[in-house]
Design a binder for this molecule. Structure first.
Ligand code: HEC
Length: 420
């Protein structure tokens, strides 16, 4: 008998105490409201007791499986400035609150200094960008319920070289813009395209162009702008073109989008240049990069560097049939420096992971990247039914294996610098 009653008693005691305003609101306001409020990426508000109680079962589910807040990387592998996630204790509290009948409790006027029902803009929301590049004209999203991938060229028209200290992106259509990727072209070869479909044969020609930055910035809903450490910036050559790759989610009704890139430039001479380094398909050690229909395959990149670096961030990139991703560094002393590990690859949540502190990578280190793919019919993410052979390409149904790195040339003491 005791064995049966004991757990029930414990539950009863815990759930009795848990109420929204005292226990649940602080968790929601800190971890969910930044996106789930008007004019942010979340599809509905999670602010008031009613907002949360109405969707409590769903919230219990998405927090338990750690789908929300979205953060695909393993936080035990490495710590990041922009990491999100609930503790086991917080997930349990939400669960017990729901099981206990979602008690409201007493509304307090503030929670952690933030007025309830009135989420504040953050300070960084208020700083105005120096250059805003909008898509030339509104792009018509079709109402035929199809995924749609498009390229747009946005000439910067800058007359002198600038240094970018931060980059942001504002989706023109919150509902349908799924993610975007920003490249920089200094050749002007691609200038003039405006909504080119990624299935257009011209894309095949364009992807031969050597871009200055293949992946300046990747945006997913809820990604804030990326800011580089104080006194540093990415060089933007005068008259460069930005190439914007937009992914529109299927829409049952016609709609439009006119998204914009927001650039922040250094006002004074910068002390150090942020450099971009991308590990890519050419660096793969077990080529050819081809995933045969019906098969699973893992590819490895191994690349030795001959100068010391201070890493700012990493951004892993694969497409639809990617399953797991892992990257680390082996130093000449045989030490392992973890970069990023994703056990459950989510195409829709590709993020830039910015380290808490600059990460020193000594000269002579080797970067190792490992990407696993599943091109079988059993993979629900497989874009082809029946499966086709899949090789390299910019198209979403093609595959890629990249690790995009931002770094500074190493200087003594960098590893002590906290990023903000
Ligand atoms: C980084 C921004 C962001 C944060 C933080 C965030 N969400 Fe979301 N949430 C989204 C977006 C965008 C969607 C819609 C796209 C999707 O479902 O992936 C979403 C969808 C949802 C859904 C619907 C899921 C579905 O399958 O339709 C629920 C429920 C949800 N969020 C709850 C939460 C809760 C609870 C938290 C906090 C613990 C949270 N979210 C934190 C951005 C965010």
């Amino acid at each position: 008998m005791a064995g049966i009653f004991f757990p029930i008693l414990i539950n009863a005691q815990n759930t009795l105490e848990i109420n929204f305003h005292e226990h649940i609101a602080p968790i929601i306001h800190k971890n969910c409201t930044p996106c789930h409020q008007p004019n942010k990426s979340g599809p509905f508000n999670l602010i008031s007791f009613e907002d949360v109680a109405k969707r409590a079962k769903f919230i219990g589910k998405v927090t338990e499986i750690r789908y929300m807040p979205p953060f695909p990387a393993d936080r035990k592998f490495q710590s990041y400035l922009n990491e999100r996630g609930l503790t086991v204790g917080e997930i349990t509290k939400i669960k017990l609150w729901i099981e206990g009948g979602m008690k409201e409790g007493v509304l307090k006027s503030t929670v952690g200094g933030v007025p309830i029902n009135n989420p504040q803009s953050t300070e960084s929301d208020l700083v105005k960008p120096d250059l805003v590049l909008r898509m030339n004209k509104p792009y018509p999203i079709s109402g035929e319920n199809l995924e749609d991938f498009r390229f747009f060229s946005l000439p910067s028209k800058t007359t002198k070289d600038e240094y970018i200290t931060a980059i942001g992106f504002k989706a023109g259509n919150k509902k349908n813009v799924h993610h975007s990727r920003l490249m920089v072209d200094t050749t002007t070869n691609i200038r003039g395209i405006d909504g080119l479909s990624e299935t257009d044969p011209k894309v095949f020609e364009f992807q031969k162009t050597v871009l200055k930055d293949e992946f300046l910035y990747g945006w997913v809903p809820g990604n804030d702008k990326i800011s580089f450490p104080k006194g540093t910036g990415v060089k933007l050559n005068a008259n460069s073109d930005f190439l914007l790759n937009m992914h529109y989610a299927p829409s049952p009704v016609p709609d439009i989008d006119q998204s914009e890139i927001q650039l922040y430039f250094a006002k004074d001479k910068i002390e150090r240049e942020v450099r971009n380094f991308t590990l890519r398909e050419n660096d793969i050690s077990n080529k050819p990069f081809l995933i045969k229909a019906g098969q699973k395959a893992t590819f490895f990149i191994s690349k030795k560097i001959d100068k010391s670096m201070s890493l700012i961030s990493v951004m892993p990139h694969m497409h639809l049939i990617g399953k797991t991703f892992r990257a680390f560094v082996i130093t000449p002393d045989g030490e392992v420096v973890n970069l990023v590990k994703i056990d459950n690859w989510e195409f829709n949540w590709q993020m830039t992971y910015q380290f808490k502190k600059l990460l020193k990578i000594p000269a002579g280190s080797t970067f190792i990247v490992e990407g696993a793919y599943d091109n079988t019919a059993e993979n629900p993410e497989n874009p082809n039914n029946p499966p086709h052979d899949i090789g390299y390409g910019w198209g979403t149904k093609d595959e890629m294996l990249n690790l995009v790195l931002y770094y500074l040339d190493y200087k003594e003491g960098d590893e002590k610098i906290e990023q903000k």
